[in-house]
Design a protein around this ligand. Structure first.
Ligand code: ZN
Length: 270
């Protein structure tokens, strides 16, 4: 494939940077050296910030026993803090110490690798709250599936969120129908294609892109249940809830797909 094709895919999928030349000095220490002949400026001690009442850090419900609705509402509360810019102060030290020897991430997330889609940030979560598996287009190959099965079987995750996002490059690359430059990238789009091909010719432009993103989420969620005996068994037993959702890049909102926690086809706000 031509360089143009490769770069076009990279731009679409957001997988590869086009230029890799480091500027001189990158990677060097950022410790400031005073100019010759001048004494270093002493750091001015800052006064301690006044203690203010801060919103409690997530999660606010006991996810080991909470209902799927309560767990999801707790996640959406975090998303609202994120979209409003009022995220809870994260005590990462306490969370790190608490989880050093064990973890109980009751929520697993399968989402795209896109750099704009960070589950911990957009749900305002802390260390140990989410078990996250990320691939371009949130395609679940056997390794990704195995990772999720580990979370469900071994770590007892009770909710699995399949999270797509607006303007997903992997979905756009698949829709383009262009040949991919490597076998690996071909394998990626071929995993996405069956879930979105039926839309081509029915709608165009942004509508096609938006519906394809949702279709890819539904397709991936269906594949999870079909391909994983653990997911299938836990869902059937009522011990695991699969939630499908789409992230809005501009507003930061997470919109759940469907009217309840098991079925549904259209986006509904929270
Ligand atoms: Zn994506």
């Amino acid at each position: 494939m031509s360089l143009i094709t490769r770069r076009k895919f990279a731009t679409l999928a957001g997988l590869v940077t086009v230029s890799g030349v480091l500027k001189p000095g990158w990677g060097q220490s950022h410790a400031a050296e005073p100019p010759a002949g001048k004494a270093p400026v002493k750091a001015v001690a800052k006064e301690a910030a006044p203690t203010v009442a801060a919103p409690a850090a997530a999660p606010k419900v006991d996810r080991s026993i909470a209902s799927p609705e309560e767990i999801w509402n707790d996640l959406i509360e975090g998303n609202k803090r994120f979209t409003s810019g009022k995220t809870a102060p994260r005590d990462v030290i306490a969370a790190r110490i608490k989880t050093a020897n064990s973890q109980q991430p009751y929520v697993a997330v399968l989402c795209c690798s896109d750099s704009r889609l960070s589950p911990e940030l957009l749900f305002d979560q802390n260390i140990g709250d989410l078990f996250v598996v990320r691939t371009a287009g949130h395609v679940a190959d056997p390794i990704a599936l195995g990772s999720l099965e580990y979370a469900i079987e071994h770590l007892h995750s009770r909710m699995l969120v399949v999270l797509g996002h607006e303007k997903c490059g992997a979905v756009a690359a698949t829709l383009s129908g262009e040949a991919m430059p490597t076998e690996n990238l071909t394998a990626l789009v071929e995993k996405i294609r069956p879930g979105i091909d039926r839309l081509k010719g029915l709608v165009q432009g942004e509508t096609l892109m938006s519906l394809a993103v949702e279709a890819n989420v539904h397709y991936c969620a269906s594949n999870l249940i079909e391909a994983s005996p653990i997911v299938r068994h836990e869902v059937a037993a009522g011990k695991l809830t699969v939630v499908k959702a789409v992230y809005k890049l501009g507003s930061g909102e997470v919109l759940r797909l469907g009217g309840n926690f098991s079925e549904g086809a259209s986006a509904s706000k929270h």
